[in-house]
Each structure stands twice: as C-alpha cells, then as structure tokens.
Design a protein around this ligand. Structure first.
Ligand code: SF4
Ligand code: SF4
Ligand code: FES
Length: 540
C-alpha cells in the first residue's frame, strides 16, 4: 500500500494505482478523457494534468512540470495537487484546444446529458475561446461504421478509447486514426465494419457524442431515463447491467462494471435482450380454459381454481426453464412438496449453437441453471413419468419438442402455465397465470461460476400481469403453505434451506454479487456452483 495526499486529503491506496484512480479513492476528481480502467494507458488527451508537489517520502522534491495523472503511479508519501492555479490554467488550455474544431452540436447531440466534453467544459473550461467559430475544420458526419454504430468525425476528440478497445479487447481492429494535425480523424480500416459481438461497448466508452448507437440515438434524452441495476439473462455468464427506462418502457441496456464477472463490458446480443420484453407476444392477463376457449379471468380466481385442481390430482411435476429466478424456483419447489413431492425439472438445454468464446459469451443461454440445481432441480429434457399434473414455469416445452411434450400434456388431468409470453405450451393449459419478466420484479440468479447475483425491477409488468414470485407465493398460500409478503422474505427462507445462512437479504448480496461458497453453501449448493462450467470467472 502507498500513502498519497491529493488536494490535502491523505489516503492509502494499493501499490500500482495511478493518480486518476487514487484521486477517486480520495473523493477527488481528476478529469480525464483517454484513460479507461479497462484499457491500456494512452496518455494522449492531457486532460488529467496534475502538479506533483512531492514525489515520495524518500524524494520529497516537486516535479518542475505538470504531469499526467493517468500515467503516473502512486509512490509512498507522494503529494499532488489537481486544482491549483497552474493546473487550472493548463487544463483550460487543453479544453480550449479540444474545442477549437468541435462542432456546436450539443442541442442535437445524443450524448448531451452524459457528455464529458460538456461536463468538463462547465467545470473546468475557459468559457471564452480565442478561436473563430468560422474557422473550424469540417469532417464527416453521420457515418455508419457498423450495423449498430454511427460515427461523427467532427465530434471525436481522438482519445483512441474505441481504437484500443477494438485492439485490446476484441482484437478486431476495425477503427484507426489517420492524417495529421487538425485534419487527424478517426476512420474505418479499409473493407471493415465494426460488427464484432462486443461492438457497442465503444459507444459506451466514447466520452463524447462521436459514436452513437443506431438503435438508441434520438429515442430519449438521457436525463429523463431511470437506471436500475440488473443482470443480463442472455446467457449463463450473468453480466452486470444497468437497465435505462422511462414510464415503464425500456430504452437501453448498458454494462455495469463488475471485475469478478464482466469487467466493464457486455456483448451486443445481451444488450438486445430487452427487445423480448416488449411486443404482442407478452401476456398481460390471466386465463381459464372453457372448452376450446380461454376466458380472461382475474389472477386471484385463476390462482384459487388452479390450486383446487392441482390438489385434486395425485402428483405434480414442476417443469421450469433455467430462466426462472431463485425465488420463483424455491416457491415452485414448495408447491411440489405440498402436492406430493413430484419431480422438479429444468428442461432448458445447457448447450446451444453459440459457442463459449473465452471472453463473456456462454453456450448456455440461460441465467440461472446453477441456482435451480442448488435448489434441488434435476436437469431433464424428456417428460417425467408417474405424474398427473404439471406446473410449467416460464417453460415452453412444447415449442422445444412438440411430439413428446404435446403427447405428455394431453394425458395430464391438470396443466397450469405460469408465463410472461404467449407460447405453444399454452394450447395445453387449463389455467394460465400471466407474470412479469425479470425486468419487472426483483430476484436473484446464480451464474455459471456459482456467483449469486441480485437484480432490481426496472419497469412494471404489462396490464394485469403480476410478478412471478408473487404469483407463486399466492398459489402456495392457496395450497395452505406459508405466506410470503416480500421477495426478501422468500430469499431469506431459501437461503436458510440451502445452507446459505439465516437473515440473508438482497442488500447483503451486494451490487457485485457473492460466490455461493463464501456464504458457506451446503454440499447441494456447492455442487451447483459452476454447474454449467467449471473454471475461473470470465475475464475479458
Ligand atoms: S470516437 Fe470517441 S472513443 Fe473513439 S477516439 Fe473519438 S472520442 Fe475517443
Ligand atoms: S455474455 Fe451473456 S450475460 Fe453477458 S451480456 Fe452477453 S448474453 Fe448477456
Ligand atoms: S487521461 Fe491522462 S492523458 Fe488522457
């Protein structure tokens, strides 16, 4: 560890920390453009200038010239200033240079509200440029550089974050910097498009409005959006994400940093998972079968009738997709136990036609296989025997294998379908309960590395659909089981049962998640950790 004093505040930071990070730890800001903690240091923007007043305890002499904080590593006893008159004047000069050729696009720029050029100009700028507006160098605007990415060369401040991402993270090198002086510009490599599976991360890391997402641009001003922490359900990696929404409509998903899971990145496929949350296929009301018809019915009535019908049967199987949350899986398992301990099955295959890429993308396209295995679910892809009723949980098994599952469901005396979307299995249902998706209720998943992670609700369920955990809690109560008033109560109960300790809450899991093993998981849960992949956490 090294002790460093920044603007009068003394902190201890790990050896090897640069001054931009050390300042953050001291609650101070050193403005920066080109530095990104997930990339190599380029040191080209000069925005992070600092004044070193003492190099170290052993060498307490000041540095004669200003240095860049991103490329200066802390030394024990170092003293720096980032807000004195010398630094302020130099930083104003840097901003003045950056803005000489920057267009006056802010009112129509999609980055407005989250643009580091706007923010730093207001906080550290000179306000009066000595350069004439008419003399700006014109460059390309509205240039498509990939299926989802537009480039505005005039807005680019040439920080090279995007170039380094495409070199160092994806290794695809689609963008580069060409020309000299004030004609320097960001350009596509000949014959290339930025269309790799992680491409849209360059939009996130561009500090200005030079790179924008074709899907998101001009759809919403960012200051109207609410951000909710969540977990991507695109595959078993469980990348940490923020879901940006407004008035119960999702507008975009961005990666949320978690060094133990996804670093600073996510894949484009995962970024688009919110598309499934909107559209005609979403179920917004519950139904009872009447002959060949479904009759829209209040969820409480469907629940009561489903409970009575299931109780009349002799053995119920729970058939779940590996996309159900831990809480939903636990409640469904309790339902099965009350109804005669039928099997609890996960029917989602662990493999797909998408290969593990050694970065983030997993061949297992489901977010909670390890969680359901920890709860005692069995992986099986064929219909169970010895049961006369089925509770299908977010599982469209008829779509997977119509012959086998269709024939099986024909023989059931009772089929209850709990789902957020219309599917083929509904055709065999006697009772249909409409539930919200994982964007619409809080819950927890366990990822492929056995990491327990929680997510918050970002938007409300559509129409008269109810949160999945609430629907199953109501069904369990209708069957005479315990009553749960909140998702935290369910979570605490399931943690106790699978050996994760008493009094556990979502808050205690933390924003970065917790390895199951660190909570002293019992042998069942330990076996589940890494159920779909053995090995170390994903690194990218
Ligand atoms: S496009 Fe954005 S990230 Fe890329 S060099 Fe320009 S300013 Fe930096
Ligand atoms: S790698 Fe998997 S979990 Fe991560 S963003 Fe992509 S689909 Fe989602
Ligand atoms: S952030 Fe240090 S030079 Fe750009």
């Amino acid at each position: 560890m090294a002790t460093v004093t920044i603007n009068g505040k003394t902190v201890e930071v790990p050896d090897g920390t640069n001054l931009v990070r050390a300042a953050e730890m001291a609650g101070q800001e050193i403005p920066h453009y080109c530095y990104h903690p997930g990339l190599s240091v380029a040191g080209n923007c000069r925005m992070c200038l600092i004044d070193i007043r003492a190099m170290s305890a052993k060498q307490p002499n000041p540095m004669p010239k200003l240095q860049i904080g991103c490329n200066t590593i802390v030394q024990d006893g170092m003293v720096i200033e980032s807000n004195n008159a010398r630094v302020k004047e130099a930083r104003q000069g840097v901003l003045e240079f950056l803005l000489i050729n920057h267009p006056i696009d802010c009112p129509i720029c999609d980055q407005a509200g989250e643009c580091k050029l706007q923010e730093y100009y207001m906080d550290y700028g000179r306000y009066h440029s000595r350069f004439a507006l008419e003399e700006k160098v014109d460059k390309g605007k509205v240039i498509p550089v990939g299926p989802d990415i537009m480039l505005d060369q005039e807005r680019c401040i040439l920080c090279t974050r995007c170039v380094r991402f495409l070199e160092e993270v994806t290794g695809t090198c689609e963008l580069g910097v060409t020309e000299r002086g004030d004609h320097t510009e960001l350009t596509l490599a000949a014959g290339k498009q930025v269309d790799n599976p992680y491409a849209t991360n360059i939009v996130d890391i561009c500090p200005v409005g030079a790179l924008t997402s074709r899907e998101f641009r001009f759809r919403a001003r960012v200051w109207y959006l609410d951000s909710s922490p969540s977990i991507c359900t695109g595959c078993a990696t469980g990348c940490n994400i923020d879901v940006d929404s407004r008035e119960d409509r999702i507008y975009r998903i961005k990666p949320r940093a978690n060094a133990a899971v996804n670093g600073y990145w996510m894949c484009d496929e995962g970024r688009r998972t919110w598309h499934r949350n909107q559209g005609e296929h979403r179920l917004s009301a519950s139904y009872l079968r009447s002959g060949d018809e479904f009759v829209e019915t209040d969820a409480s009535e469907v629940t009561a009738k489903a409970a009575a019908a299931l109780r009349a049967g002799s053995r119920t199987a729970i058939v779940a997709s590996a996309a159900v949350s831990l809480e939903e899986g636990y409640l469904a398992r309790q339902i099965a136990q009350r109804l005669g301990a039928g099997p609890c099955l996960v029917i989602s295959p662990a493999t797909s036609d998408i290969a593990d890429d050694g970065k983030l993308i997993s061949t297992d396209r489901y977010p909670n296989r390890a969680g359901l295995v920890a709860l005692g679910y069995r992986e099986e892809h064929v219909p169970p025997s010895g049961v006369d009723s089925v509770l299908a949980l977010r599982a469209d098994m008829v779509a997977a294998d119509e012959g086998a599952w269709g024939d099986f469901l024909e023989t059931m005396s009772e089929t209850v379908v709990v789902t957020d979307a219309v599917g083929k299995t509904m055709a065999y249902a006697d009772h249909v309960l409409a539930v919200g998706s994982h964007f619409e209720a809080p819950g927890a998943f366990v990822n492929r590395d056995g990491r327990l992670q929680v997510f918050a609700a970002a938007v409300a369920p559509p129409g008269r659909a109810v949160a999945g955990w609430q629907t199953l809690a109501n069904l369990l109560a209708a069957l005479g089981g315990p009553r749960y008033a909140s998702v935290d109560e369910v979570f605490a109960a399931l943690c106790l049962e699978i050996g994760l300790g008493a009094g556990r809450t979502h808050v205690a899991v933390g924003s970065d998640g917790t390895p199951l093993a660190s909570w002293g998981a019992n042998s069942l849960a330990k076996g589940a950790a890494g159920a779909s992949r053995a090995g170390t956490p994903a690194s990218i």
